[in-house]
Design a protein around this ligand. Structure first.
Ligand code: NAD
Length: 370
């Protein structure tokens, strides 16, 4: 492992579990990073190309994110190697089997992530009774349907805009990924007067400097069409989204999409990380050197997990939305102020705030991790 979390440091991981059952094609990994604050909440990701290294990094991001959001939950992540679009019966069998194999890890609460949804969480709940992001019929708050993460991201952006000498009205936005996070942040920003000039999905980039009709795009995507079917604007390859000149650039797709080789192609004032670990550490440092404000994932995209933690406590959607707004707004302000005060990147400021909270929680436990 060479990337950001490539070591067992004094925070974690506390446990890495590999699950294999070749008879049914089951191969998965659970990383429980740190549980000092309480049982870990972290998504179950299903994808053909996930691995232990990605899982370790994502689990650490959850530890920091949950601590920063003031949740009584530690951080973890699980990954299942496979095509999430496989036949539903096969997917259900794999997810049920994976959940059963992890039944005894009582300090891990499953949540949805890329390639899994509310139905998958219902199967997990049925097997082991420990999942969030459940269908509303099981007491869940449908966090992707209501756009919990996009809502939080929109508030993080609103707080950061004055630091970039920008205001919401007419501000130009480009979004990589038009799924649950990307389409909802587009919706909330457009409602506040922003102009979304480009979006992308795994097939193409769609742009129009006059602004895209977000509600039209959302219904197009909801009916299964790619963004290229929009009918007007310019259509280019997916990576063209990086070159779009804009004021706010939002990664809302995959990890590590910006590194030192392509980060200088960005022409923007503010980056707001909707995706988890979308930008390598070196590329983030480069953004900072260029004076581009970069809101890290562990602050900006915490809306989903805050919503999940509210659901776990049987609280409703309106309480969850208020909690997301309050916590993300105050954390964004605190991190930007700290970064400014100490002349560090917002990532460094966020991590040191998060780590301080985790170490305090660890100091209150009878045991120590290592
Ligand atoms: P999603 O599957 O709903 O959407 C992902 C989108 O990215 C799709 O539109 C897909 O076409 C697009 N995409 C995939 N590869 C791409 C590429 N190479 N270029 C451009 N677009 C590409 O997923 P989501 O729930 O919106 O999650 C997106 C990211 O946000 C993930 O990194 C996820 O871990 C992170 N995240 C999600 C939540 C949440 O609440 N859903 C919370 C925190 C973080």
């Amino acid at each position: 492992m060479t990337a950001d979390f490539d070591r067992n440091d004094s925070l974690g991981p506390t446990r890495i579990i590999q699950v294999r059952e070749p008879g049914i094609g089951l191969e998965g990994i659970l990383v429980i990073d740190n549980v000092a604050a309480g049982p870990a909440i972290g998504g179950l990701r299903m994808s053909p190309d996930v691995n232990t290294r990605e899982c370790v990094r994502l689990a650490r991001a959850m530890t920091l994110k949950n601590a920063l959001a003031g949740l009584s939950h530690g951080g973890a992540k699980s990954v299942l190697i496979g095509d999430p679009k496989m036949p539903a019966a096969d997917k259900e069998q794999l997810i049920r089997a994976f959940a059963c194999a992890l039944r005894d890890n009582h300090d891990y609460i499953f949540g949805p992530d890329m390639g899994t949804n509310e139905a998958c969480m219902a199967w997990v709940q049925d097997e082991v009774g420990r999942a969030v992001g459940l269908p509303s019929e099981l007491g869940g708050i449908p966090l992707d349907q209501i756009g919990a993460t996009g809502w939080g991201l929109c508030h993080a952006i609103e707080v950061a805009l004055p630091d970039c000498k920008l205001s919401m009205n007419g501000v130009r936005v480009a979004i990589q990924g038009f799924g649950a996070v990307g389409s909802h942040v587009a919706h909330y920003l457009a409602k506040r007067g922003a102009r979304v000039i480009a979006v992308s999905d795994s097939r193409s980039t769609l742009s129009d400097s006059a602004g895209l009709d977000i509600e039209r795009l959302r219904s197009l995507k909801a009916s299964g069409h790619p963004v290229s079917d929009y009918g007007s604007g310019r259509v280019q390859d997916p990576s063209a989204i990086i070159d779009i000149e804009c004021d706010i650039w939002i990664p809302a797709a995959r990890p590590d999409i910006l590194d030192e080789s392509n980060v200088d192609r960005l022409h923007t004032r503010l980056v707001a990380q909707g995706a988890n670990i979308p930008i390598t550490r070196a590329a983030e440092t480069r953004l900072h050197a260029r004076g581009i404000i970069n809101l890290p994932d562990i602050i900006a995209n915490a809306g989903g997990v805050i919503c999940a933690a509210m659901e776990y406590r049987h609280l409703g959607q309106s309480v969850a939305f208020r909690a997301i707004e309050d916590r993300i707004r105050s954390n964004t302000r605190a991190v930007l102020d700290e970064a400014h005060r100490n002349q560090v990147t917002p990532r460094q400021a966020a991590e040191s705030l998060g780590e301080a909270r985790i170490r305090k929680a660890m100091s209150l436990k009878r045991w120590s991790l290592f």
